[in-house]
Design a protein around this ligand. Structure first.
Ligand code: KIV
Length: 260
């Protein structure tokens, strides 16, 4: 099982694998197969059918993190801190401590660059392991008027490098880089000595993360360019339900085999 120390050592090594999970059942399928599981606030969209992540609450994250920890006891688990729970140092420490006290999560994730370095430092100084998250930050969607790919020019690439360095200096053990042009990601990755985990950021990071319901094909409404579907989950489920309904309606199920 990975630890903060082993994850840090993975810089420039074999890529780290990460996936999101929100419940115990799916987490148990990922357990021991993957380096890290993130209980992402993306659950607000794929689990709760909300338009963005902003209305996810700390209580929700703690509830789902407990479920994931139960299902994947042998995997390094990260709880995403939801919008509005780390706006100042005191609040961040109080809320992050709740996650450590009420769940078995190994680390927390916080969105934000250099402007959030002081918050990350206050957490790491209080023995809380922090994964950073830069680039396209879903919690900024309403303020920025949409999801914007980052690193499209030199100025923005320099900003991303500055963000990554500030987060590293503040004590984060790794950084998620989301929705960034691959050339910019490569340069950011080279500038920090902690591992970078990409999502929609190309193949020059120290690892990759995908949202489970996207990569297993359960979420059908929208498919970003960076998502490779490893399974057509929704089609498989729908076909199975159609067969079940047909068999019940025609009394093909249950046969003697399924009867006491
Ligand atoms: O909430 C989430 O699922 C995430 C990933 C996209 C990294 O933050």
């Amino acid at each position: 099982m990975q630890t903060v120390a082993s994850i840090k050592k993975a810089k420039n090594g074999t890529p780290l694998t990460a996936i999101t999970a929100y419940d115990s059942l799916f987490a148990s399928l990922f357990n021991k197969k993957i380096d890290m599981i993130l209980v992402g606030d993306s659950l607000n969209m794929s689990f709760n059918n909300k338009p963005d992540t902003l209305s996810a609450t700390l209580d929700m994250m703690i509830y789902h993190t407990n479920a994931v920890c139960k299902g994947a006891p042998d995997t390094f688990i990260i709880c995403d801190m939801p919008f509005g729970t780390y706006t100042n140092k005191k609040q961040a420490i109080k809320n992050a401590s709740r996650v450590y006290q009420e769940t078995d999560a190994h680390a927390l994730k916080i969105e934000g660059g250099a402007e959030h370095a002081h918050i990350i430092k206050s957490l790491t100084c209080n023995s809380i392991a922090v994964m950073g998250h830069i680039g396209l930050m879903p919690q900024h969607v309403r303020a920025q008027g949409g999801y914007k790919i980052r690193g499209k020019n030199e100025k923005d690439t320099q900003q991303l490098i500055c963000d990554a360095k500030a987060i590293e200096k503040a004590g984060a053990f790794c950084i998620v880089i989301e929705g960034v042009k691959s050339e910019a990601t490569k340069r950011v990755n080279e500038e920090v000595s902690i591992p970078t985990i990409g999502i929609g950021a190309g193949n020059d990071t120290d690892g990759q993360i995908l949202v489970w319901s996207d990569m297993l094909g359960f979420f059908q409404e929208f498919q970003p360019k960076f998502v490779k579907k490893y399974l057509n989950g929704a089609d498989i489920v729908k076909n199975a339900i159609d067969t079940y309904v047909k068999e019940v309606k025609t009394r093909k199920f249950p046969t003697k085999e399924y009867t006491y």
